[in-house]
Design a protein around this ligand. Structure first.
Ligand SMILES: [Zn+2]
Length: 147
């Protein structure tokens, strides 16, 4: 099962959990069943449900929730999603980082443009210098070099 990554940080661990389980099947809005990773499970006996800001896992064979999440390399705290407030805070931090990266790129671009302008200027000067060299070769007017 490959669930696309959510842009909402608070549902990240839900997708992580679903991606790590086997025989995942959605049975309704915010409801899934899967094979329980904590016991040898032939038919999907694990129920996963998103309830507000927490993920509820329930094994019909009686496996405790911590054993289930640990079996897929997660912890019980992963079942508690970030509150909208905390999620927003995280999102803001991500956006800040993103903005800083964009700004840095823009600055680099601007510097590159400035550099390009300088190169163009140097090219113009070189072109003129070649013109001047003819005069310099003449041995006169050397003091008239642009600078
Ligand atoms: Zn189980």
């Amino acid at each position: 099962m490959n669930y696309s990554h959510s842009i909402l940080p608070q549902t990240d661990s839900l997708f992580k959990l679903l991606n790590r389980l086997e025989s995942v099947r959605q049975t309704g809005p915010n409801k899934w069943v899967a094979r329980c990773p904590a016991h040898p499970d032939r038919s999907p006996s694990l129920s996963i449900r998103l309830n507000g800001d927490r993920i509820l896992v329930y094994c019909f064979a009686g496996c405790p929730a911590n054993r289930i999440v640990e079996a897929v390399g997660m912890t019980v705290s992963d079942l508690f999603l970030d509150s909208p407030k905390k999620a927003k805070k995280k999102e803001r931090a991500t956006l800040k980082t993103l903005a800083a990266q964009i700004l840095e790129k823009a600055l680099v671009k601007e510097l590159e443009n400035e550099l390009l302008e300088e190169i163009k200027l140097i090219e113009r000067l070189l072109w003129r210098y070649n013109g001047w060299r003819v005069i310099m070769d003449d041995g006169k007017h050397a003091d008239d070099l642009p600078g």
